[in-house]
Each structure stands twice: as C-alpha cells, then as structure tokens.
Design a protein. Structure first.
Length: 320
C-alpha cells in the first residue's frame, strides 16, 4: 500500500478541539479555535450556483484524454496557487501568537470528477514542497462533494459533473467518485483524510451516505486482498453536512422552504443518515464501518438552532 502523505489521525483530534470549550475560558480570551478554511471549487464565485452546476469554462482546445489531463493540470495549478498563499499566511501566523492555526483544509462543494483529482494532485505538490522547507506536520484535508437535485420535476439527486451525465443514476456515479477521491496511486496524488458531502438536501442524505459507504467498503476490500486487516487509522473519515432543507431560486434570489423541516426534524434526518456509518466496537457490529469516524453538521440555511438540535440528537444517541 502506498505511503500516505497526510495523517488521517489528525482529523479526529482537530474535530475534538473545535467542538470542545477551553478548560478554563477567560472573558478576555482572544485566541480563536482551530480553523478549517474551505478553499472551495474552481467555479465557486463567478455566477450563482455555478459551483454545483460544474459549468466550467473550457481550458483547452484538445479532445479526449488529453483534454481531461490538461483540465486537471489547469485546476491543480489554480488550487496550488491558493495553497501557496495559504503557506505565506501560515508563516505570518507563526510570528503572531494570537493567530489561530489552520488545522484542516476543507475542499467543499466539489462538483467535478476532474477537480477531485486536481485537488489531490495540488495537495501532493503542496505537501511535498513544504515538507522540505518546514518541519511542521502536514496539514490534513478532506474533500466534500455536492449532490443537487437533477431538476425541479425530478426529486433525485446526482453528482453534477457533465462528464458523468451518461450514467443514469447516482448509484452508477458513486464508484467513479470514490475511486477518484480515495484510490491510492503510485505517486503524484495525496490521499485525503476524509470524504463527504455538503450543500445537499437532508432528505437524500441517507441514500448518499449508504452509496458512499458501500463503495468505500468495496475499495477497502480490494486493497486488503493478500494483506492483513486494515488499520482503523487508514480508514477515511465521513463528513456529512447537508443544507437546511431550503431551496434557493436564482431568478428571484430568494429562499423557499418546501420541506417544512423544524430544527429537531432536520437533526433527526441528519443523524439517521449516518447512523449505519458510525463505527462501533467490533463485538457490537457484525460488519465494521468503512469509516474511521463521522463528523456531522449543517450547510446553507442550517442555522445555530439547527446545529444545537443536532448536537442534542447526537448526544442522546450516545455518539460522543
């Protein structure tokens, strides 16, 4: 199995620190908690919702595999430039004791198969280049996908990449997504510490989790052939933070609430979505979870009261 460039064990520690209050909080405390800046996808800014439509402008005039490779290089260079700006910011923070350290890079709302690979390539270059100039532990990262509804008349969700438009269902798409995100390679691609999704309807979260879990388990089984049982530290974390159930109308620039979810019903949906993915001790589960752990939260229009309800739901289920 190839050597991983990032330690997946870093993710649970960062999650614990982010959710736990200081042991002795001070009224004038100014040190922020650990941060997870979201670099986001390439097309997050130009047009409303372009980030989930995967309507990327052409970057090359070539066709076929050459076009895909050139697009990947183009996107990797774009992400790498942002990561290098991040490195300069980190060096500045080293000189400022009151600044928060960036612990995890969250590549969120990623709508493109090519961009998944480009992010891994950029993180590999970034990690190997910085490891020669600094002695600090490499920054962990995860990739969060997006699964919007196919249309107003169809309630199904799909990965929005046009490259996968020929596949009829999400179940047909997921194997390619998991392979692109987590499959080890000989070199040139960092393996993320986690995989998940955001900005997706909570009504579909459970199905997406099931499909991802099944495919990750298959990938792990393939990797384990002829090897010993996989170490828990080698498993990825699952990150699930769907939206609050509201739908944004890009024409009227307003939000609508067709689901009518309350904070408590939204929290139950999110918890139900991941209940089969939460790892349990071996005697308590006949089939081990393919995930090292689960992080839940909320995206667009999931407000503080919804997050509070989710925390209460998680605690009631004894998951933390």
């Amino acid at each position: 199995m190839p050597q991983r460039t990032l330690d997946r064990r870093a993710l649970p520690e960062h999650a614990r620190r982010a959710r736990s209050p200081p042991a002795h909080p001070q009224k004038d405390q100014t040190t922020p908690p650990p941060g997870a800046p979201p670099p986001g996808p390439r097309e997050a800014c130009p047009l409303p919702l372009e980030q989930v439509r995967s309507s990327y402008p052409p970057t090359t005039t070539t066709t076929g595999d050459s076009k895909d490779r050139e697009a990947e290089v183009h996107l990797a260079a774009w992400h790498l430039q942002r990561l290098q700006h991040f490195l300069l910011s980190e060096r500045q923070q080293d000189q400022d004791q009151d600044s928060a350290k960036v612990d995890v890079l969250a590549f969120e709302t990623v709508p493109s198969l090519t961009e998944i690979r480009a992010i891994r390539k950029a993180m590999h270059i970034f990690t190997t280049s910085t490891s020669t100039t600094t002695s600090s532990t490499p920054v962990a990262f995860y990739i969060s996908l997006v699964f919007p509804r196919t249309s107003d008349s169809d309630d199904a969700v799909r990965f929005p990449d046009p490259e996968l438009a020929h596949l009829p269902t999400l179940a047909d798409q997921v194997p390619l997504l998991v392979e692109a995100a987590l499959a080890p390679t000989n070199n040139g691609y960092a393996v993320p510490g986690g995989l998940g999704f955001n900005c997706t309807s909570p009504l579909h979260a459970r199905e997406v989790v099931r499909l991802l879990s099944d495919q990750v388990a298959k990938l792990q089984q393939q990797q384990q052939e002829g090897l010993q049982n996989q170490n828990q530290d080698d498993k990825p974390w699952l990150l699930v933070y769907p939206d609050g159930g509201a739908v944004y109308d890009v024409v009227s620039r307003s939000w609508h609430h067709p689901t009518g979810l309350t904070d408590s019903s939204w929290a139950r949906l999110v918890a139900d979505a991941v209940k089969d993915a939460v790892p349990h001790p071996a005697p308590a589960s006949p089939s081990p979870s393919p995930w090292a752990g689960v992080v839940v939260g909320g995206c667009c229009k999931a407000g503080p009261s919804a997050i509070k309800a989710l925390r209460q739901e998680v605690e009631q289920r004894g998951w933390r």
